[in-house]
Structure formats: structure tokens, C-alpha cells
Ligand binder design. Structure first.
Ligand SMILES: [Zn+2]
Length: 256
């Protein structure tokens, strides 16, 4: 069992839900999922250069026939690729793979996490970003932001319901990044959080009934304490240690 088990599994769930009776919402959801999947496949071809920079994509009609979906779904998939800077449309000519895809906006896709090593790589990025955010929070936080962090911590301490506990743990980390008062930290944190959320939730679920959750609370308290005392080095170190325990948790669960 690898870290990607959950992702693949949730895809399976989505496929199953696609075979339910077709109501209007189901159709919308199904088209969304199909567009996601087709966008992911096209993205893969572009990044592996089966579709090379500057190359024109087949027409919507041809792609629709190839994937067995409507042109609307293809249009949606292409809109997603445009958003991520992989293709551009020249009106009346067609859609092309962009020449400079290495300059596209920074983004980590769920598909980057299909291997355990990739999940760990993303997690390591998170460790460095969050340790830096915690250090900045110690020196830049306002008293209202400190209060928001404490409030998030109090809520994450009440985790009879693991689902709510997982959410407020995320809120705690976001509150710390906000207190850095550097919006780029908050943005990259939000992005990393959405990418690894499933993995974090899995880890938390598997930690239920173990001593790990109490440890997490104690580690969170050390972080808050350092931020309160405006000790940047301590905040950095406390956050790093906390997240590194998380990495070890993944290794124990999924590593081989
Ligand atoms: Zn935490």
C-alpha cells in the first residue's frame, strides 16, 4: 500500500458515482470529473512531450471522438489547461501547446503525488515554508492574529469528531501562515494544503485512538508559545519538529 492509495480510491468512488441515475446535478458533476481526467491526460502528454511545445492540438471534435466525450467536456478540459498555462488558443486557428511551458505558473497537481517519494517531496517543501512562516509570525504577528492562532488551537483540541479535528488542525496552520503577514506564504500554504489534504486526513484518521493526537496538541502549543514570546528561532524549530514528526508518521504508515 502506497501513499497514493487514497487518491486512486477516491477516483474509483467518483467513477462509481458517475453510474448513478442521471439527474441534472449528476450530469454536471460527471462532466466536471471527465474534464478533470481528460485535462490530466492531455497535461501528461504535454509534459512528456508527446505533444510538443508549439504543436497544435487536434480539434475539439477530433479529441471528443478520441476520448468518447462531448465537445463541451473537451472545451472544459482545455479551459483548465489554459488556466495552468500549458496551452493557448489562437482564435480561428486552434489551440497550441505553449512554447514556454517551463515558465507556467507554479502548481502542484494531485497527479504529482502518485508516488510516495513525491508526496514526501511536497511535504518537505511544506516543512520549509511553514517553518519560515512560523518564524515570521513570531516577529510580525499582531495581537489579534495571536488570538486567532490560539482560538484555532483551542478548537483543534476538541477532537471527539476526527473530521472536525482534521479541519481545525488545518485552520491552525493557516492561521500561523496568515500571521506571517506575508501574503505569498499564505497563498503557497493554501495551495500545498489543498494538494496534500487527503494525505493529512488519512494520517489523522489512522492516528485516532493513539497517543499521536496528544503529541500533536503539545507540539502545536509549543509553536504558539514561541510565537507569543516572539521567539523566531524557537517558532521555526518547533514547527519544523512538528511537521517532521508528520513525515515520520507517513513513513510508518505507507513507506516501504
Ligand atoms: Zn499541526
Amino acid at each position: 500500500m502506497n501513499g497514493f492509495g487514497r487518491t486512486v480510491h477516491s477516483r474509483e468512488n467518483r467513477r462509481q458515482s458517475m453510474s448513478k441515475p442521471v439527474a441534472a446535478f449528476d450530469t454536471l458533476a460527471r462532466n466536471d470529473n471527465l474534464a478533470d481526467e481528460i485535462a490530466a491526460q492531455l497535461r501528461d502528454r504535454i509534459l512528456k512531450e508527446t505533444l510538443s511545445p508549439g504543436q497544435r492540438l487536434p480539434t475539439e471534435q477530433a479529441l471528443g471522438a478520441q476520448f468518447g466525450v462531448s465537445r463541451n467536456v473537451i472545451r472544459e478540459a482545455i479551459a483548465r489547461l489554459k488556466l495552468t498555462g500549458l496551452v493557448e488558443t489562437r482564435h480561428g486557428v486552434g489551440t497550441f501547446v505553449k512554447q514556454d511551458i517551463e515558465n507556467r505558473p507554479f502548481e502542484i497537481e494531485q497527479d504529482d503525488l502518485l508516488e510516495f517519494k513525491q508526496l514526501i517531496d511536497v511535504y518537505r517543501l511544506r516543512v520549509e515554508v511553514e517553518a519560515g512562516a512560523a518564524a515570521l509570525a513570531a516577529t510580525h504577528r499582531t495581537s489579534a492574529q495571536l488570538e486567532a492562532i490560539k482560538q484555532a488551537l483551542r478548537q483543534s483540541g476538541q477532537h471527539q469528531d476526527w473530521e472536525a479535528g482534521a479541519k481545525s488542525a488545518v485552520d491552525f496552520h493557516l492561521a500561523v501562515s496568515q500571521a506571517s503577514n506575508n501574503p505569498y506564504f499564505t497563498r503557497i500554504m493554501g495551495h500545498l494544503d489543498s494538494v496534500i489534504r487527503d494525505a493529512v486526513r488519512t494520517l489523522r484518521f489512522r492516528s485516532m485512538g493513539t497517543s499521536r493526537l496528544e503529541e500533536v496538541d503539545a507540539e502545536h502549543e509549543r509553536i504558539v508559545d514561541a510565537i507569543e514570546r516572539q521567539d523566531a528561532n524557537m517558532a521555526r524549530q518547533a514547527m519544523r519538529e512538528h511537521l517532521e514528526h508528520g513525515i515520520n508518521g507517513y513513513r510508518n504508515l505507507f513507506g516501504n
